[in-house]
Design a protein around this ligand. Sequence first.
Ligand code: IMP
Ligand code: MG
Length: 193
Amino acid sequence: MTTVEDEAPGHPERLEQGPDVGRVIVSEADLQARILELGRRITADYADHPPLLVGVLKGAFMFMSDLSRAISLPAEVDFMAVSSYGSATRTSGVVRIVKDLDVDLADRHVLVVEDIVDSGLTLNYLQRYLLARSPASLEVCALLVKDGQQRTELDLRYVGFHIPAEFVVGYGLDVNERLRNLKAIHAYAGDST
Ligand code: IMP
Ligand code: MG
């Protein structure tokens, strides 16, 4: 007997088994546990001045969703979309703002929510861009940091996990817009483009 799952090749339960989805780098359980911890720390640190969470699309959409719910403060949420020129698996450091923030940053306590810091060039650009708008404070919460890859000095207040320097997908992170909807962080096992 065939079930609905058998007939639907793109069914979520099967996405993990795709040929280009490699080993788990950070499991769903580890992600969720760490995000609760980060949420508790942010809640304590920002108790007197609730943050404006600025998510960097598209990669941070899932992290933002879980992190924001782990913060027990009247935080606000906004998003920017940036695209960095380069190939699918390598950034060039040249960043284009595709969608800007909707709110004024003056006197706001801004916490940038990033999916992953690789070379750090995207974040470095964003920090300078946001600082120019005179926020009361500007800090970064990055879910993942790739070890030994940073080409710029970065001050990351909150980090979820340090991971080996290989290309990863899932939990918001894509390869050519695919595999963002994996529940865990996986190594990418397909061709690098
Ligand atoms: P950076 O400017 O080199 O730090 O790269 C930052 C951006 O490149 C991230 O916000 C991601 O969108 C993307 N990126 C870097 N490494 C990976 C990866 O391993 N998988 C998916 N996207 C990545
Ligand atoms: Mg990307």
